[in-house]
Design a binder for this molecule. Structure first.
Ligand SMILES: Cc1ncc(COP(=O)(O)O)c(C=O)c1O
Length: 363
């Protein structure tokens, strides 16, 4: 039986040729790093791309560039990757958790508004599983209170809010290129910003606090990190960029097929959101099932060699982040949600098999 995986990287000859070239040229980062940065920034529609080692580092770098420090608060949805909160914790700031919107599962602007205090430095909306946040009310709140916005678009390459790609709405946005993302560099991340000043600061911070062009190679302007993306990672990224439209198209077609089956045959499965103001690129195709059936569904699929993932565990309920908050929508979604196989090699027959197995249990 062939195992149906969540997702596998779509790589071929071009990625291998580029990596070979990178190694042959003694793994100097040029020319792949700037080519990947400018190519991805152009695709997203942002002025500057600053590549880093992974998506968590991208968030940490963005927070550091905005001067987030101990005593500050950063508003973040509880239903998200642990990378968001770990990056906040690394700055010494306090993550302040907010609830999800029941319809589209991203941070709810009303919940954000309630948690703004004098200490709030950043709001971090996360475009969860590929569906965009409702950015207008979030940007309005940020403007009203003088707060920065960092969009986490790790899972949303090519998604759109009101016909504009996500990653272009905030002071800095962050992407991940981990192996399961729409395009990958094995591990990798990138910050996007329209501000030349912030881009310059992030380039210095990712490079131990110095600039490559300094005459004295051991002169540093500030405390920094070693977060530079390698030439080999960027070499893969440059080849992946050429596949980006194709891979987004594959996601949309996959979602269309899952939607069609669930709409026609299921009464009890709530399918992945698609608000009228959004273009979801379905990084993971996600569903909600009745809470008491989730384990049964996941186990039945596993028996058939079909991989699934539960939704993110609400972070405010983890012992080391527990705040005692009650965030009922996220707590409900977190224990009802299942991410289904969503990779580019998935066939129509496999999509049919996955959906049919689920509907056998849930109806
Ligand atoms: C929404 C979100 N933010 C941040 C990250 C962290 O990215 P990375 O795994 O590249 O560190 C992830 C994880 O993949 C993610 O899904």
């Amino acid at each position: 039986m062939v195992r149906i995986r969540m997702s596998e990287p779509y790589v071929g000859k071009e990625e291998i040729a580029n990596v070979t070239e990178s190694v042959r040229t003694k793994m100097r980062s040029d020319p792949f790093v700037p080519e990947f940065e400018s190519g991805f920034a152009k695709y997203i529609g942002a002025k500057n791309g600053v590549s880093v080692v992974n998506g968590t580092a991208a968030i940490h770098l963005a927070l550091a560039a905005l001067g987030v420090k101990p005593g500050d608060e950063v508003i973040v949805p509880t239903l998200t990757s642990i990378g968001c909160t770990n990056a906040i914790a690394l700055t010494g700031a306090k993550p302040v958790f907010v609830d999800s919107n029941a319809e589209y599962w991203c941070a709810d602007p009303k919940s954000i508004e309630k948690r703004i205090t004098k200490k709030t430095k950043v709001i971090m909306p996360v475009h969860i599983y590929g569906h965009p946040c409702d950015m207008d009310p979030i940007l309005e709140l940020a403007k009203k209170h003088g707060i920065f916005v960092i969009e986490d678009a790790a899972e949303a390459h090519g998604s759109e809010y009101k016909h504009k790609r996500v990653g272009t709405f905030s002071d800095i946005s962050c992407f991940s290129f981990y192996g399961n993302k729409v395009i990958t560099t094995c591990e990798g991340g990138m910050c996007m910003t329209n501000s030349d000043e912030l881009a310059e600061k992030m380039r210095i911070l990712r490079n131990q606090g110095t600039k490559p062009e300094y005459k004295n190679k051991y002169y540093y302007d500030m405390v920094g990190f070693n977060y530079r993306m390698t030439g080999m990672q960027a070499a893969v990224g440059v080849a992946q960029l050429k596949r980006l439209d194709f891979l987004v198209g594959k996601k949309l077609e996959m979602a269309r097929q899952y939607n069609e089956i669930f709409d026609a045959k299921s009464k009890n499965v709530v399918r992945a959101p698609q608000m009228e103001w959004a273009k979801n690129t379905y990084w993971y195709y996600s569903i909600l099932v009745p809470k008491k059936q989730r384990e049964k569904v996941m186990q039945a699929l596993e028996k058939k060699e079909i991989e699934t993932r539960p939704f993110f565990y609400p972070i405010h309920m983890l012992p080391h982040y527990n705040t005692g908050d009650k965030l009922p929508v996220a707590e409900d979604l977190g224990f009802r949600g299942i991410n289904l196989p969503s990779g580019p090699y998935l066939t129509s027959e496999q999509i049919d098999e996955v959906a049919t197995e689920i509907i056998k249990i849930t109806g």
